[in-house]
Design a protein. Structure first.
Length: 205
């Protein structure tokens, strides 16, 4: 996953694109530079992992307008705003639109590298969380309505006897359902099964 990550750089200053691109590449980062927001949007794959270094003052679509566009698109791309004309208002507005950091030019390269590393770690954590959630959902997808009902009661901490009383089933039948639940989901035990269910529901809260 980390080998696929890129740092996308959008700045209309060719000198900055060249110099910053070279500095980031020498630090072992994969860099893709764009002269405009429009050029970036034309080639950007919303599922591509990485982070975006974005200048606010661009010819054509501004950096702030690109932030708004990315917000509407959704996705996991963290944005680090870089600006030679930084002010508090611009910083606040960019943060409201989802930017994770606001850095002023000339850039401190060590600070920039630390900021990029933090942004990429955020991406990886989010992607890992999404993978766990989707995996858990897939493992629960084949459950019957009765099995889901019993699973809900297990999440509430009910025993087989309590579930039997609530559903009108025998304790033996409830235990059989519990065995089938473990087999279908690949859970090693009831605690693991409950954790899977909680992970699958995490994005619904």
């Amino acid at each position: 996953m980390r080998d696929e990550t890129k740092v996308f750089l959008v700045d209309d200053d060719a000198g900055i694109r060249k110099g910053l691109g070279a500095a980031l590449s020498s630090a072992g980062l994969r860099v893709e530079a764009f002269a405009s927001a429009e050029e970036f949007l034309t080639s950007y794959d919303g599922d591509a992992p990485g982070c975006l270094l974005l200048d606010l003052r661009l010819d054509g679509m501004s950096g702030m307008q690109l932030l708004e566009q990315l917000r509407h698109m959704g996705g996991l791309l963290p944005v680090i705003v870089i600006s030679g004309h930084g002010d508090i208002r611009s910083a606040v507005e960019s943060m409201k639109l989802g930017a994770v950091e606001f850095l002023q030019k000339p850039l401190d390269h060590q600070l920039l590298l630390k900021t990029i590393a933090a942004a990429l770690d955020q991406v990886h954590r989010r992607r890992e969380s999404m993978f766990r959630t989707e995996n858990a959902k897939d493992r629960l997808a084949s459950l019957t309505a009765r099995e889901r009902e019993i699973l809900d009661m297990l999440i509430e901490g009910k025993s087989s006897k309590q579930i039997a009383n609530a559903t009108g089933l025998s304790v033996r039948t409830v235990n059989n359902h519990r065995t089938h639940l473990l087999a279908k989901t690949g859970a090693g035990n009831t605690a693991h099964l409950v954790r899977l269910a909680m992970i699958a529901r995490a994005d619904q809260t």
